[in-house]
Design a protein around this ligand. Structure first.
Ligand code: C2E
Ligand code: MG
Ligand code: MG
Length: 732
């Protein structure tokens, strides 16, 4: 756009981005005047068109757009007034300067009334005419520019209104008294008020009562700098008139408000007047809802809907504070199901989940309404009894829990026997800090479990040390396999009559970097509980098979190698595969390896276990029952499982002098009837051996024949046996 110029100078007109010389139409019936005017005006770099009559003039206007028209009033065909009228009818807005010889003021007024913009009387001075033309053009240009600005302003205001009204946020202004002076459309969907309903109302009418104190700070915000209110969380009430009366209670939206003071600049310098506040309200209800769901999930167990470990800890912390303040006592219990894993693994997670829900329901029945029941994870539950006044009272509840869970639960046609190991503690006597109390109660629970489960055990300070050791072992075990810290020892199993070695039992040892040689009783139960026994057991299988392969390759007398299998290992889905792979990798025939399984593994009566053992037996792998006689020793499973060997627990081999080994006698008899090989364990002296010979127990194992020894020593023993046989043959 060109700079505004003073009246005298002619300026090119801008039309859009194009700039051209102003175009002027000269209308006069006198050809001489017309010609002289044209010359005068053209000299000013105006673009000139001439018309000798009114008709001609209208014809020119129809064809082209002019920036100004110089019109003679007195023309024979059409008067200037007629031309003005026609121009108006055509909607032509080009400014018209009327030129007339008429000196009467009437004709000037008449012309102006008919739309002329200026009037100049003949005779005129050429400069005067040029000045008038220039003025008219300037005036027109300014008008045009003004219009454009006006239009742009309107557009921009529309635009702003659009932005404000389509904003996803509720935008408002308040007067200095806190009454709404403006609200945007968003309020209609957010709070269900019509815009006009809110204007003039006080903000407090839409604030949720409990939040009013905080809201007062926000809605009365006077600061307008960076310290002004930003993202303050509040609840705003929805229009109560819009809902059924019952639904209206408590209907609100959670929002975040950002507010700032509005000021008007005063005439007096440096002074401003507070006009009210301006604010933006962001709806965060959805986010809030999501946060609440996450919060619920963080503090609750989704399966049972019970509080979880974090929430339990929270409850306990508060209960301890309360108890201390009121000199009261409380008790907590933590319980773990003894055989849940077996059920879960064998019957599937669906049954497992249902079982946990049943257990939760039973536990609820054991406690009072005010007591807290939580699920700490897996099959671990916790009870908090905030007003138990004595250890005895807590003991009664604990026994009730143990008994209540000892009753079988029926799920999907299965009769499930679950029992619980319950640890308990009594506060503040046993401890007054939530975490300590929970840890101690868990230790007591482990203690109950290690004593066979299905019992209640109170925390005792002496448990602490044992437990700390246990934790250390757990940590070390995780490293041991990777660090190659395990080794297998071999203990011979001999023929009671000939003394020939029939087999070796592989027994694991742990070369602990700090503690030296660690025997299996100190770590196998922990490895079993934590599941680390599975990879360890697989290593034992591979190692024992490899050793057996070496003996076979070196032409030593063929002996069995027996390997102890832990229950957890047997329950892994790939158990059969892991045994077969160990055999195949070493090109061994299956009968060269015997698997030792304890009685209680068979007693668990898990369908899949029986299937796996049958599959292995069919492949030719030998099976032995270890520690026989310590469990139920039921004939039922002896007939169900494809067993080769019974290993009589050393407890029954102890003292033949006094009792004469009646149990060994019975077991040997049973074995003979079932055509089983029988091995007596723990044979330490000749007296025991003689008694076993009398009872016709075919094999024996014990310190008398050899301690568990390294592979090297076992190899020597085998070599000696070959040597001995050769000597015998020579002597023979
Ligand atoms: P087990 O299978 O009953 O092994 C026999 C245990 O009796 C061995 O103890 C052995 O050293 C010990 N023993 C042998 N002869 C005599 C004797 O004349 N008198 C006495 N008092 N004891 C004797 P060890 O090696 O300490 O193993 C203990 C238990 O650890 C084993 O009992 C077995 O259940 C388990 N175990 C050992 N190695 C493994 C393994 O590789 N995997 C698994 N899962 N368990 C293993
Ligand atoms: Mg064994
Ligand atoms: Mg044994």
């Amino acid at each position: 756009m060109s700079e505004p110029t003073s009246g005298e100078t002619k300026t090119p007109l801008s039309i859009g981005s194009l700039t051209r010389d102003p175009r002027i139409l000269l209308v006069d019936d006198d050809p001489l005047i017309l010609e002289s005017l044209r010359r005068l005006i053209e000299a000013q770099r105006y673009d000139v068109v001439t018309a000798g009559s009114g008709k001609e003039a209208l014809g020119a206007v129809d064809k082209k757009q002019f920036d100004a028209i110089l019109l003679d009033l007195n023309m024979p065909d059409m008067s200037g007034i007629d031309v003005l009228t026609s121009l108006q009818e055509r909607g032509v807005e080009t400014p018209v300067i009327v030129v007339s010889g008429d000196s009467a003021i009437d004709s000037a007024v008449n012309a102006l009334r008919h739309g002329a913009t200026d009037f100049i009387r003949k005779p005129y001075k050429p400069e005067e005419l040029l000045r008038r033309i220039s003025n008219t053009l300037n005036k027109q240009r300014l008008e045009k520019e003004n219009n454009q600005i006006q239009q742009r302003l309107q557009q921009s205001e529309k635009w702003h209104r659009f932005l404000v009204n389509t904003s996803p946020d509720f935008i408002y202004t308040l007067d200095s008294e806190g009454r709404f002076t403006f609200v945007n459309d968003r309020v209609e969907t957010l709070l269900e008020y019509k815009r006009e309903e809110l204007i003039g109302r006080h903000y407090s009418e839409i604030v949720y009562e409990e939040d009013i104190f905080r809201a007062d700070h926000v809605f009365n915000e006077r600061r307008s700098d960076t310290r002004a209110t930003r993202n303050v969380e509040l609840r705003l009430k929805c229009n109560p008139g819009n809902c059924r009366p019952r639904a209206m209670n408590g209907r609100f939206r959670t929002v975040e408000v950002t507010a700032t003071g509005m000021y008007e600049r005063q005439e007096i310098r440096f002074e401003t007047r507070f006009m009210g506040t301006y604010g933006v309200v962001k709806d965060i209800s959805d986010r809030k809802q999501a946060e609440e769901t996450v919060h619920y999930q963080t503090y609750h167990d989704l399966l049972t809907g019970l509080p979880n470990r974090a929430k339990f800890r929270d409850y306990l912390g508060r209960a301890l504070v309360h108890a201390k303040r009121n000199s009261q006592t409380l008790s907590i219990m933590i319980l773990d199901l003894d055989n849940f894993r077996v059920i879960n693994d064998s019957l599937g997670h669906g049954v497992g989940d249902e079982l946990l829900i049943h257990v939760a329901a039973r536990l609820r029945q054991c406690i009072k309404d005010d007591d807290i029941l939580a699920r700490l994870g897996g099959d671990e539950f916790a009870l908090l009894m905030p007003d138990v006044s004595s250890r005895l009272e807590s003991t009664v509840v604990g026994h009730k829990v143990v008994e209540e869970l000892n009753v079988p639960i029926r799920i999907k046609g299965h009769e499930l026997y679950v029992t619980a190991s319950v640890g308990a503690s009594f506060a503040p006597e046993d401890g007054a800090v939530a975490d300590t109390l929970i840890r101690q109660t868990e230790i007591a629970m482990y203690q109950a479990k290690s004593q066979g489960g299905c019992r209640l055990q109170f925390w005792q300070p002496a448990m602490q040390e044992a437990f700390a050791g246990r934790i250390q072992i757990e940590t070390d075990l995780r490293r041991a396999l990777a660090n190659d810290e395990f080794v297998l020892f071999y203990q011979p199993q001999v023929d009671t009559v000939s003394g020939a070695i029939k087999g070796f039992e592989a027994l694991i040892r742990w070369w602990h970097p700090d503690r030296g040689l660690v025997l299996p009783n100190a770590f196998v139960p922990i490895a079993e509980e934590t599941g680390i026994i599975v990879p360890i057991g697989e290593w034992v299988l591979r190692e024992a098979a490899a050793q057996q392969a070496v003996w076979r390759k070196n032409g030593l007398p063929p002996v069995r190698v027996s390997v102890n299998i832990s229950p957890r290992q047997l329950e892994t889905p790939d158990f059969v595969g892991s045994v077969m792979r160990a055999l195949e990798a070493n090109q061994l025939e299956p009968g060269s390896i015997e698997l030792e399984i304890t009685e209680n593994v068979l007693m668990r009566d898990v369908e899949s276990n029986a299937a796996k053992l049958t599959q292995l037996a069919e492949a030719g792998v030998l099976l032995a029952i270890d520690d026989f006689g310590t469990g139920y020793s039921s004939l039922k499973y002896l007939s169900r499982f494809p067993i080769n060997t019974l290993k009589i627990d050393r407890a029954f081999v102890k003292s033949p002098e006094r009792e004469g080994m009646p149990i060994v006698n019975a077991i040997v008899g049973m074995g003979r009837n079932l055509n089983l090989n029988v091995i007596a364990e723990g044979v330490e002296n000749i007296a025991q051996l003689e008694q076993l010979r009398v009872l016709m127990c075919s094999e024996a194992q014990g310190y008398l024949f050899g301690m568990p020894m390294s592979a090297l020593e076992a190899t020597k023993l085998l070599e000696e046996q070959v040597h001995g046989q050769e000597e015998e043959i020579k002597a023979g």
